[in-house]
Design a protein around this ligand. Structure first.
Ligand code: GLU
Length: 509
Protein backbone atom coordinates (compact mmCIF):
# COMPACT_ATOMS: atom_id res chain seq x y z
CA UNK A 1 0.00 0.00 0.00
CA UNK A 2 1.54 3.28 -0.96
CA UNK A 3 1.73 6.07 1.59
CA UNK A 4 -0.71 8.89 1.03
CA UNK A 5 -0.61 11.76 3.49
CA UNK A 6 -2.32 15.09 3.50
CA UNK A 7 -2.09 18.57 4.89
CA UNK A 8 -5.60 19.92 5.38
CA UNK A 9 -5.55 23.57 6.43
CA UNK A 10 -8.64 25.70 6.81
CA UNK A 11 -8.32 29.07 5.08
CA UNK A 12 -9.13 31.04 8.21
CA UNK A 13 -6.02 33.22 8.26
CA UNK A 14 -2.29 33.06 7.65
CA UNK A 15 -0.57 29.75 8.16
CA UNK A 16 1.12 29.63 11.57
CA UNK A 17 4.58 28.08 11.66
CA UNK A 18 3.05 25.10 13.44
CA UNK A 19 0.97 24.54 10.32
CA UNK A 20 4.06 24.71 8.16
CA UNK A 21 5.69 22.11 10.39
CA UNK A 22 2.68 19.80 9.91
CA UNK A 23 2.97 20.25 6.15
CA UNK A 24 6.72 19.61 6.37
CA UNK A 25 6.40 16.36 8.31
CA UNK A 26 3.75 15.14 5.89
CA UNK A 27 5.95 16.07 2.97
CA UNK A 28 8.92 14.22 4.51
CA UNK A 29 6.90 11.08 5.16
CA UNK A 30 5.56 11.02 1.64
CA UNK A 31 8.94 11.62 0.01
CA UNK A 32 10.69 9.08 2.16
CA UNK A 33 8.15 6.39 1.34
CA UNK A 34 7.93 7.32 -2.31
CA UNK A 35 4.31 8.16 -1.55
CA UNK A 36 2.01 11.07 -2.24
CA UNK A 37 1.59 14.36 -0.43
CA UNK A 38 -1.87 15.85 -0.79
CA UNK A 39 -3.10 19.29 0.05
CA UNK A 40 -6.77 19.69 0.82
CA UNK A 41 -8.43 22.99 1.63
CA UNK A 42 -11.00 22.54 4.39
CA UNK A 43 -13.33 25.43 3.80
CA UNK A 44 -16.70 24.08 4.86
CA UNK A 45 -17.11 26.68 7.59
CA UNK A 46 -17.95 29.67 5.44
CA UNK A 47 -18.27 31.95 8.47
CA UNK A 48 -14.56 31.58 9.18
CA UNK A 49 -13.38 31.98 5.61
CA UNK A 50 -10.77 34.71 5.20
CA UNK A 51 -10.06 36.06 1.72
CA UNK A 52 -6.45 35.64 0.69
CA UNK A 53 -5.75 32.86 3.19
CA UNK A 54 -5.69 30.12 0.58
CA UNK A 55 -3.26 32.04 -1.64
CA UNK A 56 -1.16 32.66 1.43
CA UNK A 57 -1.01 28.92 2.21
CA UNK A 58 0.03 28.19 -1.35
CA UNK A 59 2.72 30.84 -1.42
CA UNK A 60 4.07 29.85 2.00
CA UNK A 61 4.40 26.19 1.02
CA UNK A 62 6.04 27.19 -2.26
CA UNK A 63 8.52 29.35 -0.44
CA UNK A 64 9.42 26.46 1.86
CA UNK A 65 9.86 24.11 -1.07
CA UNK A 66 6.99 21.89 0.06
CA UNK A 67 5.03 21.19 -3.06
CA UNK A 68 2.04 18.86 -2.78
CA UNK A 69 1.59 16.24 -5.48
CA UNK A 70 -2.17 16.71 -5.47
CA UNK A 71 -3.81 20.02 -4.58
CA UNK A 72 -6.54 22.43 -5.66
CA UNK A 73 -4.02 24.15 -7.91
CA UNK A 74 -2.40 21.09 -9.36
CA UNK A 75 -5.38 18.78 -9.46
CA UNK A 76 -5.05 15.02 -9.17
CA UNK A 77 -7.04 11.81 -9.37
CA UNK A 78 -9.00 12.40 -6.14
CA UNK A 79 -10.18 15.96 -6.71
CA UNK A 80 -11.61 18.39 -6.22
CA UNK A 81 -9.31 19.28 -3.35
CA UNK A 82 -11.36 22.13 -1.95
CA UNK A 83 -14.14 20.92 0.31
CA UNK A 84 -16.52 23.66 -0.77
CA UNK A 85 -16.31 22.14 -4.26
CA UNK A 86 -17.09 18.69 -2.88
CA UNK A 87 -20.19 19.93 -1.11
CA UNK A 88 -22.62 17.71 -3.00
CA UNK A 89 -21.00 14.43 -2.17
CA UNK A 90 -21.29 14.59 1.62
CA UNK A 91 -25.08 14.25 1.94
CA UNK A 92 -25.00 10.75 0.44
CA UNK A 93 -22.67 9.66 3.21
CA UNK A 94 -24.87 11.24 5.83
CA UNK A 95 -27.86 9.33 4.46
CA UNK A 96 -25.81 6.16 4.64
CA UNK A 97 -25.18 6.72 8.36
CA UNK A 98 -28.82 7.56 9.07
CA UNK A 99 -30.03 4.45 7.30
CA UNK A 100 -27.61 2.33 9.30
CA UNK A 101 -28.93 3.93 12.53
CA UNK A 102 -25.51 5.46 13.21
CA UNK A 103 -26.72 9.03 12.92
CA UNK A 104 -30.00 10.87 13.37
CA UNK A 105 -31.82 14.10 12.61
CA UNK A 106 -32.12 16.66 15.39
CA UNK A 107 -34.51 19.61 15.27
CA UNK A 108 -33.66 21.36 18.52
CA UNK A 109 -33.58 25.13 18.39
CA UNK A 110 -30.67 27.04 19.94
CA UNK A 111 -33.04 28.01 22.80
CA UNK A 112 -33.88 24.38 23.45
CA UNK A 113 -30.23 23.47 23.48
CA UNK A 114 -29.49 26.25 25.95
CA UNK A 115 -32.37 25.14 28.14
CA UNK A 116 -31.02 21.60 28.13
CA UNK A 117 -27.61 22.79 29.26
CA UNK A 118 -29.11 24.96 32.00
CA UNK A 119 -31.23 22.08 33.21
CA UNK A 120 -28.27 19.74 33.40
CA UNK A 121 -26.06 22.30 35.07
CA UNK A 122 -28.71 22.90 37.69
CA UNK A 123 -28.80 19.15 38.26
CA UNK A 124 -25.07 19.21 38.92
CA UNK A 125 -23.78 17.86 35.61
CA UNK A 126 -20.34 19.39 35.08
CA UNK A 127 -20.16 19.12 31.31
CA UNK A 128 -23.67 19.04 29.87
CA UNK A 129 -23.73 17.34 26.50
CA UNK A 130 -26.04 16.07 23.82
CA UNK A 131 -25.39 12.37 24.20
CA UNK A 132 -26.85 8.89 24.68
CA UNK A 133 -28.53 9.99 27.90
CA UNK A 134 -29.84 13.40 26.98
CA UNK A 135 -30.81 12.72 23.39
CA UNK A 136 -33.93 10.88 24.57
CA UNK A 137 -35.31 14.12 25.98
CA UNK A 138 -34.55 16.22 22.94
CA UNK A 139 -36.31 16.71 19.63
CA UNK A 140 -34.77 14.25 17.23
CA UNK A 141 -35.54 11.34 14.98
CA UNK A 142 -34.79 8.92 17.81
CA UNK A 143 -37.24 10.49 20.26
CA UNK A 144 -40.02 11.73 17.92
CA UNK A 145 -42.53 9.51 16.12
CA UNK A 146 -41.46 8.61 12.60
CA UNK A 147 -44.40 10.50 11.06
CA UNK A 148 -43.48 13.67 12.78
CA UNK A 149 -39.89 13.40 11.64
CA UNK A 150 -41.04 12.92 8.08
CA UNK A 151 -43.39 15.85 8.31
CA UNK A 152 -40.72 18.16 9.73
CA UNK A 153 -38.31 17.21 6.99
CA UNK A 154 -41.00 17.60 4.33
CA UNK A 155 -41.81 21.05 5.70
CA UNK A 156 -38.21 22.10 5.30
CA UNK A 157 -37.67 22.63 9.01
CA UNK A 158 -34.05 23.32 9.84
CA UNK A 159 -32.21 20.35 11.26
CA UNK A 160 -28.78 18.98 11.92
CA UNK A 161 -27.59 15.41 11.66
CA UNK A 162 -25.80 14.10 14.72
CA UNK A 163 -23.63 11.05 15.18
CA UNK A 164 -25.26 8.47 17.42
CA UNK A 165 -22.36 7.87 19.76
CA UNK A 166 -22.70 4.55 21.60
CA UNK A 167 -23.35 4.85 25.31
CA UNK A 168 -20.70 2.65 26.86
CA UNK A 169 -17.93 1.69 24.62
CA UNK A 170 -14.21 1.92 24.86
CA UNK A 171 -12.80 3.83 21.92
CA UNK A 172 -9.16 2.95 21.34
CA UNK A 173 -6.52 3.59 18.77
CA UNK A 174 -2.77 3.55 18.68
CA UNK A 175 -1.29 6.91 17.89
CA UNK A 176 2.10 6.67 16.21
CA UNK A 177 3.53 9.27 18.55
CA UNK A 178 1.48 8.90 21.71
CA UNK A 179 0.87 5.18 21.87
CA UNK A 180 -2.49 3.84 22.92
CA UNK A 181 -5.26 6.35 23.40
CA UNK A 182 -8.32 5.03 25.18
CA UNK A 183 -11.46 7.07 25.73
CA UNK A 184 -14.89 6.07 27.05
CA UNK A 185 -17.56 6.87 24.51
CA UNK A 186 -19.64 8.39 27.31
CA UNK A 187 -17.16 11.29 27.18
CA UNK A 188 -17.92 11.98 23.54
CA UNK A 189 -21.01 13.94 22.60
CA UNK A 190 -23.27 13.39 19.61
CA UNK A 191 -21.36 15.73 17.33
CA UNK A 192 -23.14 17.55 14.55
CA UNK A 193 -22.07 16.07 11.20
CA UNK A 194 -24.25 17.94 8.79
CA UNK A 195 -26.54 20.95 8.65
CA UNK A 196 -29.69 21.47 6.65
CA UNK A 197 -27.96 24.23 4.66
CA UNK A 198 -26.23 21.31 2.94
CA UNK A 199 -22.84 21.83 4.51
CA UNK A 200 -21.01 19.10 6.39
CA UNK A 201 -19.08 19.98 9.54
CA UNK A 202 -15.34 19.59 9.77
CA UNK A 203 -15.57 16.13 11.34
CA UNK A 204 -17.70 14.55 8.66
CA UNK A 205 -15.99 16.15 5.69
CA UNK A 206 -12.58 15.35 7.09
CA UNK A 207 -13.33 11.63 7.51
CA UNK A 208 -15.17 11.24 4.22
CA UNK A 209 -12.38 12.98 2.34
CA UNK A 210 -9.57 11.13 4.04
CA UNK A 211 -11.37 7.95 3.08
CA UNK A 212 -12.09 8.97 -0.51
CA UNK A 213 -8.59 10.32 -0.96
CA UNK A 214 -7.19 7.01 0.31
CA UNK A 215 -5.18 8.67 3.06
CA UNK A 216 -2.99 6.18 4.92
CA UNK A 217 -1.60 8.41 7.68
CA UNK A 218 -3.20 11.38 9.37
CA UNK A 219 -0.37 13.52 10.70
CA UNK A 220 -1.61 16.68 12.36
CA UNK A 221 -1.21 18.93 15.38
CA UNK A 222 -1.92 17.90 18.95
CA UNK A 223 -4.92 20.21 19.06
CA UNK A 224 -6.77 17.57 17.02
CA UNK A 225 -6.09 14.75 19.45
CA UNK A 226 -9.38 15.31 21.35
CA UNK A 227 -11.26 14.88 18.05
CA UNK A 228 -9.52 11.65 17.15
CA UNK A 229 -11.76 9.29 19.20
CA UNK A 230 -14.77 10.79 17.47
CA UNK A 231 -13.06 10.23 14.15
CA UNK A 232 -12.40 6.62 15.11
CA UNK A 233 -16.12 6.22 15.85
CA UNK A 234 -16.96 7.72 12.48
CA UNK A 235 -14.73 5.26 10.67
CA UNK A 236 -16.42 2.47 12.60
CA UNK A 237 -19.86 3.83 11.79
CA UNK A 238 -19.02 3.82 8.09
CA UNK A 239 -17.34 0.44 8.35
CA UNK A 240 -14.19 1.88 6.79
CA UNK A 241 -10.63 1.04 7.60
CA UNK A 242 -9.09 4.00 9.30
CA UNK A 243 -5.74 5.61 8.57
CA UNK A 244 -2.97 5.65 11.13
CA UNK A 245 -2.92 8.68 13.38
CA UNK A 246 0.06 10.71 14.51
CA UNK A 247 -0.53 13.82 16.60
CA UNK A 248 2.43 16.18 16.63
CA UNK A 249 3.57 17.92 19.81
CA UNK A 250 2.62 21.52 20.47
CA UNK A 251 5.05 24.30 19.73
CA UNK A 252 5.64 26.12 23.00
CA UNK A 253 6.59 29.68 23.88
CA UNK A 254 10.32 30.34 24.37
CA UNK A 255 9.86 30.10 28.15
CA UNK A 256 8.04 26.80 27.74
CA UNK A 257 4.89 28.22 29.30
CA UNK A 258 2.08 27.27 26.99
CA UNK A 259 1.39 27.24 23.30
CA UNK A 260 3.25 29.68 21.09
CA UNK A 261 0.93 32.42 19.89
CA UNK A 262 1.08 35.37 17.57
CA UNK A 263 1.14 37.63 20.61
CA UNK A 264 4.40 36.04 21.83
CA UNK A 265 5.95 36.95 18.52
CA UNK A 266 4.73 40.54 18.76
CA UNK A 267 5.93 40.79 22.35
CA UNK A 268 9.35 39.22 21.87
CA UNK A 269 9.99 40.47 18.34
CA UNK A 270 10.00 37.35 16.20
CA UNK A 271 7.61 36.23 13.45
CA UNK A 272 5.29 33.27 13.87
CA UNK A 273 4.19 33.29 10.25
CA UNK A 274 6.25 32.25 7.24
CA UNK A 275 5.30 35.32 5.19
CA UNK A 276 4.03 38.82 5.88
CA UNK A 277 0.30 38.97 6.31
CA UNK A 278 -2.17 41.82 6.43
CA UNK A 279 -5.47 40.92 7.97
CA UNK A 280 -8.13 41.93 5.42
CA UNK A 281 -10.68 42.84 8.10
CA UNK A 282 -8.60 44.79 10.61
CA UNK A 283 -5.69 45.84 8.39
CA UNK A 284 -3.39 44.57 11.14
CA UNK A 285 -0.01 43.51 9.80
CA UNK A 286 2.11 40.60 10.92
CA UNK A 287 5.61 40.01 9.75
CA UNK A 288 6.92 36.84 8.20
CA UNK A 289 10.19 34.95 8.16
CA UNK A 290 10.64 35.56 4.45
CA UNK A 291 10.39 39.32 4.72
CA UNK A 292 12.62 39.38 7.81
CA UNK A 293 15.37 37.98 5.63
CA UNK A 294 15.33 34.32 6.62
CA UNK A 295 16.28 31.69 4.10
CA UNK A 296 13.54 29.12 3.57
CA UNK A 297 16.13 26.36 4.13
CA UNK A 298 16.95 27.77 7.56
CA UNK A 299 13.29 28.13 8.49
CA UNK A 300 12.51 24.58 7.36
CA UNK A 301 15.57 23.15 9.12
CA UNK A 302 14.59 24.87 12.35
CA UNK A 303 10.99 23.62 12.06
CA UNK A 304 12.09 20.06 11.37
CA UNK A 305 13.90 19.96 14.71
CA UNK A 306 10.99 21.47 16.57
CA UNK A 307 9.55 18.24 17.87
CA UNK A 308 11.73 15.74 16.02
CA UNK A 309 15.07 14.48 17.18
CA UNK A 310 17.41 12.93 14.62
CA UNK A 311 19.16 10.89 17.31
CA UNK A 312 22.56 12.35 16.39
CA UNK A 313 24.37 15.62 16.98
CA UNK A 314 23.66 16.78 13.44
CA UNK A 315 21.74 20.04 13.31
CA UNK A 316 22.03 21.20 9.74
CA UNK A 317 19.84 19.28 7.34
CA UNK A 318 18.90 20.02 3.79
CA UNK A 319 15.40 19.04 2.76
CA UNK A 320 16.82 15.96 1.03
CA UNK A 321 18.73 14.95 4.13
CA UNK A 322 15.56 15.39 6.15
CA UNK A 323 13.73 13.10 3.77
CA UNK A 324 16.40 10.46 4.36
CA UNK A 325 16.54 10.83 8.13
CA UNK A 326 13.04 11.71 9.26
CA UNK A 327 10.79 9.19 10.94
CA UNK A 328 7.71 9.45 13.13
CA UNK A 329 9.39 7.24 15.72
CA UNK A 330 11.65 10.10 16.66
CA UNK A 331 8.94 12.70 17.02
CA UNK A 332 8.57 13.69 20.68
CA UNK A 333 5.39 13.50 22.66
CA UNK A 334 6.08 16.55 24.77
CA UNK A 335 5.79 20.11 23.54
CA UNK A 336 8.69 21.60 21.61
CA UNK A 337 9.99 24.88 22.91
CA UNK A 338 10.52 27.49 20.22
CA UNK A 339 13.88 29.23 20.40
CA UNK A 340 14.11 32.48 18.42
CA UNK A 341 17.88 32.72 19.01
CA UNK A 342 18.42 29.27 17.61
CA UNK A 343 16.33 30.23 14.61
CA UNK A 344 18.68 33.13 13.95
CA UNK A 345 21.63 30.77 14.37
CA UNK A 346 20.24 28.54 11.64
CA UNK A 347 19.98 31.47 9.30
CA UNK A 348 23.53 32.47 10.06
CA UNK A 349 24.74 28.97 9.22
CA UNK A 350 22.91 28.99 5.91
CA UNK A 351 24.13 32.47 5.10
CA UNK A 352 27.74 31.39 5.64
CA UNK A 353 27.28 28.49 3.28
CA UNK A 354 26.15 30.73 0.47
CA UNK A 355 28.71 31.38 -2.27
CA UNK A 356 30.33 34.82 -2.10
CA UNK A 357 29.08 35.64 -5.56
CA UNK A 358 25.48 35.08 -4.51
CA UNK A 359 25.83 37.06 -1.29
CA UNK A 360 27.60 39.75 -3.26
CA UNK A 361 24.64 40.00 -5.61
CA UNK A 362 22.24 40.26 -2.68
CA UNK A 363 24.40 42.96 -1.12
CA UNK A 364 24.68 44.78 -4.42
CA UNK A 365 20.91 44.87 -4.65
CA UNK A 366 20.63 46.40 -1.18
CA UNK A 367 23.33 48.94 -1.99
CA UNK A 368 21.65 49.82 -5.28
CA UNK A 369 18.48 50.61 -3.30
CA UNK A 370 20.60 53.15 -1.46
CA UNK A 371 21.97 54.60 -4.67
CA UNK A 372 25.38 52.94 -4.38
CA UNK A 373 26.58 51.14 -7.47
CA UNK A 374 29.20 48.44 -6.87
CA UNK A 375 30.84 46.09 -9.37
CA UNK A 376 29.95 42.43 -8.87
CA UNK A 377 33.45 41.26 -8.06
CA UNK A 378 33.96 43.90 -5.41
CA UNK A 379 30.60 43.12 -3.84
CA UNK A 380 31.51 39.41 -3.70
CA UNK A 381 34.83 40.20 -2.00
CA UNK A 382 33.07 42.41 0.50
CA UNK A 383 30.48 39.70 1.15
CA UNK A 384 33.29 37.29 1.87
CA UNK A 385 34.58 39.63 4.57
CA UNK A 386 31.22 40.57 6.01
CA UNK A 387 29.40 37.26 6.07
CA UNK A 388 31.21 35.98 9.15
CA UNK A 389 29.48 38.54 11.29
CA UNK A 390 26.11 38.50 9.57
CA UNK A 391 22.94 36.62 10.37
CA UNK A 392 20.96 38.22 7.55
CA UNK A 393 21.99 39.78 4.27
CA UNK A 394 20.89 43.11 5.72
CA UNK A 395 23.52 42.79 8.46
CA UNK A 396 26.18 43.04 5.79
CA UNK A 397 25.16 46.65 5.32
CA UNK A 398 27.20 47.27 8.46
CA UNK A 399 30.01 47.15 5.97
CA UNK A 400 28.70 50.17 4.07
CA UNK A 401 31.97 51.98 4.78
CA UNK A 402 33.56 49.62 2.24
CA UNK A 403 31.59 51.26 -0.54
CA UNK A 404 31.57 54.91 0.34
CA UNK A 405 34.47 57.26 -0.07
CA UNK A 406 35.97 59.62 2.44
CA UNK A 407 36.40 59.37 6.19
CA UNK A 408 33.67 57.37 7.94
CA UNK A 409 34.04 59.44 11.09
CA UNK A 410 31.17 61.48 12.48
CA UNK A 411 30.70 63.38 15.72
CA UNK A 412 29.29 60.16 17.19
CA UNK A 413 32.75 58.63 17.07
CA UNK A 414 34.31 61.29 19.29
CA UNK A 415 33.75 59.65 22.69
CA UNK A 416 35.35 56.41 21.47
CA UNK A 417 38.15 58.25 19.67
CA UNK A 418 38.99 60.28 22.77
CA UNK A 419 39.30 57.05 24.71
CA UNK A 420 41.60 55.50 22.12
CA UNK A 421 43.68 58.41 20.92
CA UNK A 422 47.28 58.84 21.94
CA UNK A 423 50.13 60.77 20.35
CA UNK A 424 52.11 57.55 20.46
CA UNK A 425 49.49 55.63 18.46
CA UNK A 426 49.12 58.57 16.09
CA UNK A 427 52.88 58.57 15.41
CA UNK A 428 52.78 54.89 14.46
CA UNK A 429 49.97 55.55 12.01
CA UNK A 430 51.97 58.45 10.55
CA UNK A 431 54.76 55.98 9.83
CA UNK A 432 52.25 53.47 8.42
CA UNK A 433 50.88 56.12 6.05
CA UNK A 434 54.46 56.79 4.94
CA UNK A 435 55.00 53.06 4.29
CA UNK A 436 51.83 52.42 2.31
CA UNK A 437 52.93 53.89 -1.07
CA UNK A 438 55.62 51.24 -1.40
CA UNK A 439 53.32 48.29 -0.70
CA UNK A 440 53.13 46.53 -4.03
CA UNK A 441 50.89 44.76 -4.87
CA UNK A 442 48.42 46.39 -2.47
CA UNK A 443 47.16 43.15 -0.93
CA UNK A 444 46.16 42.19 2.60
CA UNK A 445 49.42 40.32 3.16
CA UNK A 446 51.55 43.17 1.79
CA UNK A 447 49.71 45.67 3.97
CA UNK A 448 50.12 43.42 6.98
CA UNK A 449 53.87 43.14 6.41
CA UNK A 450 54.18 46.90 6.19
CA UNK A 451 52.11 47.38 9.34
CA UNK A 452 54.13 44.82 11.31
CA UNK A 453 57.44 46.33 10.31
CA UNK A 454 56.27 49.77 11.45
CA UNK A 455 55.10 48.24 14.72
CA UNK A 456 58.42 46.48 15.22
CA UNK A 457 60.36 49.59 14.45
CA UNK A 458 58.44 51.75 16.92
CA UNK A 459 57.95 49.06 19.56
CA UNK A 460 54.37 50.30 20.08
CA UNK A 461 51.64 48.15 21.65
CA UNK A 462 48.94 46.78 19.35
CA UNK A 463 46.22 48.13 21.66
CA UNK A 464 47.48 51.68 21.09
CA UNK A 465 47.33 51.44 17.32
CA UNK A 466 44.82 48.93 16.03
CA UNK A 467 41.71 50.62 17.50
CA UNK A 468 42.70 53.88 15.85
CA UNK A 469 43.40 52.17 12.54
CA UNK A 470 39.93 50.56 12.75
CA UNK A 471 38.08 53.68 13.73
CA UNK A 472 39.80 55.89 11.17
CA UNK A 473 39.34 53.51 8.26
CA UNK A 474 36.21 51.48 9.08
CA UNK A 475 34.49 53.79 11.58
CA UNK A 476 33.75 50.91 13.95
CA UNK A 477 35.48 48.98 16.68
CA UNK A 478 34.32 45.70 15.23
CA UNK A 479 34.39 44.21 11.80
CA UNK A 480 36.43 42.09 9.45
CA UNK A 481 40.22 42.08 9.45
CA UNK A 482 41.69 45.52 8.75
CA UNK A 483 44.27 44.28 6.23
CA UNK A 484 41.53 42.70 4.10
CA UNK A 485 39.38 45.79 4.52
CA UNK A 486 42.31 47.97 3.46
CA UNK A 487 42.99 45.86 0.38
CA UNK A 488 39.38 46.18 -0.68
CA UNK A 489 39.28 49.93 -0.13
CA UNK A 490 42.50 50.49 -2.04
CA UNK A 491 45.56 52.48 -1.20
CA UNK A 492 44.30 55.99 -1.87
CA UNK A 493 41.18 55.56 0.18
CA UNK A 494 43.09 54.08 3.13
CA UNK A 495 45.67 56.85 3.11
CA UNK A 496 42.95 59.45 2.88
CA UNK A 497 41.00 58.01 5.80
CA UNK A 498 44.05 57.58 8.02
CA UNK A 499 45.11 61.15 7.36
CA UNK A 500 41.64 62.48 8.02
CA UNK A 501 41.48 60.59 11.33
CA UNK A 502 44.89 61.77 12.46
CA UNK A 503 44.07 65.34 11.58
CA UNK A 504 40.73 65.14 13.36
CA UNK A 505 42.23 63.87 16.62
CA UNK A 506 45.05 66.36 16.51
CA UNK A 507 42.57 69.19 16.02
CA UNK A 508 41.53 68.70 19.67
CA UNK A 509 44.91 69.68 20.96
N1 GLU B 1 -8.85 21.63 8.80
C1 GLU B 1 -8.15 21.18 9.95
C2 GLU B 1 -7.14 22.26 10.30
O1 GLU B 1 -7.40 23.37 10.00
C3 GLU B 1 -7.48 19.86 9.65
C4 GLU B 1 -7.20 19.00 10.82
C5 GLU B 1 -6.75 17.64 10.33
O2 GLU B 1 -5.64 17.57 9.80
O3 GLU B 1 -7.53 16.71 10.44
O4 GLU B 1 -6.10 22.06 10.88
Amino acid sequence: MSVRVRFAPSPTGPLHMGGVRTALYNHLLARKAGGTFILRIEDTDQTRYVPGAEEYIREALDWCGLSPDESPWKGGPHGPYRQSERKDLYSGYVDQLIEADKAYYAFDTPEELDAMRERLKAAGVAAPAYNAVTREHMRNSLSLPADEVKARLANGEPYVVRLKVPRHEEVRFEDRIRGWVVVQSSHIDDKVLFKSDGMPTYHLANIVDDHLMAITHVVRGEEWLPSAPLHVLLYQAFGWERPEFAHLPLILKPDGNGKLSKRDGDRLGFPVFPLDWTDPASGERSSGYRERGYYPEAFVNMLALLGWNPGTEQELFSLDELVDTFSLDRVNKSGARFDPEKTRWFNQQYLRQRPDAELGEALRGKLADRGIDVPAERAAKAANLLKERATFVNDMLEGMYLFTSGSPLTADHDPELRKRWSEEGGAVLDAFVEALPSVDPFTASGIETAFKSVMDRTGAKMGKVMPLYRLFVAGAMQGPGMFEVSELLGRDEVVLRLRAGLEHCRSWA
